[in-house]
Design a protein around this ligand. Structure first.
Ligand code: FAD
Length: 400
């Protein structure tokens, strides 16, 4: 088994790391201090993204993306994940389901989005519909001329910057007709209800939107009526891998910072790294990152090389998201502890990492929901799905 990166992937990993160091990390402090990313900084990052060939890493070349494999995207997002304040979201990654658009929709939305000239946001969650998307109450009713959308969408990440929202609604209020609509931001009836404050300082907001009788023609349906669940699932699977990648990158940075601090900080006449109480924490952090990263790379590689069926990829994406995000939460918390009082200061990257990483156990399906998905697959396909790698899938005979 050769686990080395091939030269192309190794070069990409290096390029993404250099980009993060040169173009994301320098904006962390101003973002934290101002509470927002200045427009000039956003534009500078976008220009650097273009120059580095890292825009739309999740789309095909024919659509204007980079044509990267899932594994290559993981390498890039892992590097980006080291940046605090959600700066990883400034290099654009248009929602993957935009690929399902008609030729006209792709020309109008996907291609400009891949060029970084238009941004989108994906709106599923509502006040009463979170983990259970079937409880979505946003309706789309055909009135003979147009679909009329009515409802409210919560936590719409990037909604402050988006020119188009992908709105998950139920046609005629029927969950079997879950459908994604492309709603232009300037469409009459689409309005921001409020922009809540969240735990971290972020390069983008998560507004609540209301749709007050927003009228759109059938040409604004993405895919087909009733295909909404499938499209949304595709979005979730991709996002779960990318959360896995970013949280591994964030945890690695937390370990680097904690190791350096522990080595330099002297108390009781010696470096605190020489105390076993600190050293064991660092050791646990390193071992846990190794374990999560191994899972991420293995599953990402398999999903990229077609050795897993679609359902297996879905289940594995949940395992990756669960393991990596929970690991990163523990690692960041220990990094704060090792920094002592400094670990509680907002000017310290470890403090910001701990704040940033909390949401990774919540969004794109909470840790509990990832376990529900894994439990379902265990019931349906048995442990071999998870344990049969690389090849030992036959169950061990149990004594009768
Ligand atoms: C910063 C941020 C950005 C977000 N961005 C977006 C976005 O861009 N688009 C979007 O559509 N949504 C977005 N979300 C919403 C996010 O995906 C939801 O918050 C998440 O899916 C959980 O839904 P909920 O908040 O309604 O919690 P609930 O579903 O009400 O869950 C509450 C608690 O119950 C638990 N729970 C629920 N069901 C089960 C079960 N079956 N078994 C065990 N425990 C269960 C949950 O794990 C959780 O702990 C975002 C959220 C945040 C905080």
């Amino acid at each position: 088994m050769d686990l080395r990166l091939d030269p192309e992937d190794a070069a990409l990993q290096e390029r993404a790391r250099a980009f993060t160091n040169a173009h994301l990390l320098p904006h962390e402090d101003e973002l934290e201090e101002l509470g927002r990313l200045p427009e000039a900084s956003r534009e500078a990052i976008k220009a650097a993204t273009r120059a580095a060939g890292l825009g739309a890493i999740n789309h095909d070349r024919e659509d204007g993306g980079q044509g990267f494999t899932l594994f290559q995207q993981i390498l890039v997002q892992e590097a980006w994940g080291g940046a605090t304040g959600n700066l990883w979201g400034v290099p654009w990654t248009p929602s993957r389901p935009l690929r399902a658009g008609t030729a006209a929709q792709r020309a109008r939305y996907l291609r400009p989005a891949c060029r970084g000239e238009l941004s989108d946001a994906y709106a599923i969650t509502e006040e009463l519909a979170g983990s259970d998307a079937r409880m979505v109450r946003t309706t789309a009713t055909w009135d003979g001329h147009a679909f009329v959308l009515r409802g409210e969408k919560w936590h719409v990440t990037g909604g402050d910057l988006a020119q188009v929202l992908l709105v998950h609604a139920h046609v005629d209020g029927d969950p079997e007709k879950a459908t994604v609509f492309l709603i232009d931001r300037d469409r009459p009836g689409l309005r921001v209800v409020r922009v809540p404050r969240y735990t971290n300082v972020s390069a983008f907001e998560h507004p609540i939107f209301a749709l007050d009788d927003v009228r759109v023609g059938p040409e604004q349906v993405l895919g087909a009526v009733g295909e909404g669940d499938e499209l949304t699932k595709e979005w979730f699977v991709e996002e779960r891998f990318m959360i896995g990648a970013r949280t591994v990158g964030a945890a690695a940075r937390a370990l680097e910072l904690a190791t350096r601090f522990a080595t330099e900080r002297v108390q009781f006449g010696q470096s605190i790294a020489s105390f076993q109480g600190i050293e064991f924490q660092l050791a646990d952090m390193a071992a846990e990152i190794m374990a999560a990263k191994s899972l991420l790379y293995r599953v990402g590689w398999e999903a990229s090389h077609g050795t897993l069926d679609r359902k297996a990829v879905h289940a594995m994406a949940s395992a990756v998201k669960l393991v990596c995000s929970e690991m990163a939460g523990r690692v960041a918390d220990r990094a704060v502890q090792i920094h002592g009082g400094r670990g509680y200061m907002r000017e310290q990257p470890v403090e910001r990492l701990a704040r940033d990483l909390r949401v990774d156990r919540i969004w794109e399906g909470t840790s509990e929901i990832q376990r529900v998905i894994l439990g379902n697959e265990l019931r349906k396909r048995g442990p071999a799905l998870f344990l049969g790698w690389p090849g030992a899938s036959a169950p061990i005979a149990q004594p009768s």
